[in-house]
Design a protein around this ligand. Structure first.
Ligand code: ARG
Length: 461
């Protein structure tokens, strides 16, 4: 504690021990070490090439940094909280290893553009990993859709039986949601992948640096265009945290449906034992902990987004120490989301579906009512009248305790003679689903066309 600081020149007393602890981000930002070192390697090389520092010093810095990376990876590196953050920890060690030449690395650079660079590199990797995990889940949803193209199932609004569909349509609904999530990550990547290095503290630098060269070396798509903006904004972080939250919300909704459909009461799906846990008291229990936790952790993802937005709100330009609070929400959201996606993909692949029960349920609850009404409309009855007639038909069936096939000709004509030409009881759930032969509809033709299209899209992933 209270070793000499890199910035100690203008100070007359040592840092308060509690301030040291409060100020330090090393506990969490050590996770950025590879990205910090990558940024420093490119910077040092550029300084040498531009003649800003002696070439041999640049070479010594490069060797030293590579050694430090190995030390941290192998676990032999000694972290000390007095170093504040990973950037200072690496620099201190560099000076120990290569001597005074190490002190030249920070030429034409500030920790403000250094941390922004390391963090953007980290986030670029995180975005790529997240996209890969989303794609993996989409593949398992796609496979299940293929498997259940001919499984007829009820669909709900208000969680009340609504209309029959093919179960493939349900799996593909989540496939589409996750596709948009993946697109959000793909799109934000170009806004993340912008090099801030060279902005220095806030104004740029007096040295003839080559930012384009550094950008190319580090794989950035472009360089930032305003130094104040580059070190002072974190909109790309908010965007990432939103996309994580939104993906979480989609996963949470799948989870909720899995929880409902696997209840004793619904009982149309079953989660494999490997994804459930038991109760410490009730021996009969098999609880859907994984979907419940996915649903629960989604709250945390939204919290991380709100936390970052609140941190940024009202900050004057450019860098403020508040911005150090940008990292933990990202680490947390990323870590949680990746495991949520991985588990959900495995659960979907292993999900057991009671197809017989589902198709039986699809025949209950008068779910072909719209089809009966539509057929009346096709015979010239205005839709509102048809709706009214079918409403009375449903009521008569409910009273008698039968489905549409359970009324005789006399009963049907008592409701409305026009029902006689329709034969409401003859419309099967499958007819109903396949009647929805419009783009995006539940008909078998439409679903198989979409499956084919997805097959082609997946080749480009
Ligand atoms: N640990 C700091 C962060 O994560 C690094 C930047 C500190 N810059 C400064 N001028 N104090 O934001």
């Amino acid at each position: 504690m209270n070793k000499k600081k890199a910035w100690s020149g203008r100070f007359t007393e040592p840092t308060h021990p509690l301030v040291e602890k409060f100020n330090a981000s090393l506990g969490f930002d050590r996770r950025l070490y590879r990205h910090d070192i990558a940024g420093s390697l490119a910077h040092a090389e550029m300084l040498g090439r531009q003649g800003i520092i002696p070439k041999k010093d640049a070479a010594a810095i490069v060797t030293g940094l590579k050694k430090i990376e190995l030390e941290i990876t192998s676990g032999s590196f000694k972290f000390d909280d007095a170093d504040e953050d990973i950037h200072m920890a690496v620099e201190r060690r560099l000076k120990t290893i290569i001597g005074p030449a190490g002190g030249r690395l920070h030429t034409a650079r500030s920790r403000n553009d250094q941390v922004a660079t390391a963090f953007r590199l980290f986030m670029r990797d995180s975005v790529d990993e997240t996209i890969a995990q989303i794609r993996r889940l989409q593949k398992s949803l796609y496979n299940k859709a293929v498997e259940h193209l001919d499984t007829i199932a009820p669909a709900y609004t208000h969680l009340q039986p609504a209309q029959p569909i093919r179960l493939a349509h349900w799996f593909l609904a989540y496939f589409e949601m996750l596709g948009r999530d993946a697109e959000r990550f793909i799109d934000m990547r170009k806004r993340i992948n912008v090099l801030p290095l060279g902005s220095a503290a806030l104004a740029g630098t007096n040295f003839p640096i080559d930012r384009e060269w550094v950008a190319k070396k580090l794989g950035f798509d472009s360089i930032s265009k305003n130094s104040l903006d580059a070190v002072g904004d974190r909109d790309f972080v908010a965007e990432f945290l939103f996309a994580c939250s939104m993906t979480g919300v989609h996963l949470s909704r799948i989870s909720e449906e899995l929880i409902i459909f696997t209840t004793n009461e619904f009982g149309v799906m079953e989660l494999p034992d490997a994804f459930c846990t038991g109760s410490s008291i009730m021996p009969q229990k098999k609880n859907p902990d994984v979907p419940e936790l996915v649903r629960g952790k989604t709250g945390r993802l939204a919290g991380n987004l709100v936390s970052l937005l609140t941190t940024m709100k009202g900050l004057p330009l450019a860098y403020n120490k508040d911005l150090q609070e940008d990292k933990e929400p990202v680490f947390d959201s990323f870590d949680q989301l990746v495991i949520m996606l991985e588990l959900m993909a495995d659960i979907i692949s292993a999900l057991k579906v009671d197809t017989a029960k589902l198709s039986k349920r699809a025949g209950e609850g008068y779910m072909t009512a719209v089809d009966v009404a539509d057929r009346l409309v096709m015979k010239g009855v205005p839709f509102r009248d048809a709706h009214e007639i079918v409403g009375r038909l449903v009521r008569a069936c409910v009273e008698k305790g039968v489905d549409f096939g359970g009324l005789d000709i006399r009963e049907l004509s008592a409701i409305d003679r026009r029902l006689l030409g329709i034969k409401p009881g003859k419309i099967t759930p499958q007819n109903s689903a396949d009647g929805k032969n419009t783009p995006g509809g539940a008909a078998r033709r439409r679903i198989s066309a979409r499956l084919k299209e997805i097959g082609r899209e997946m080749k480009k992933w």
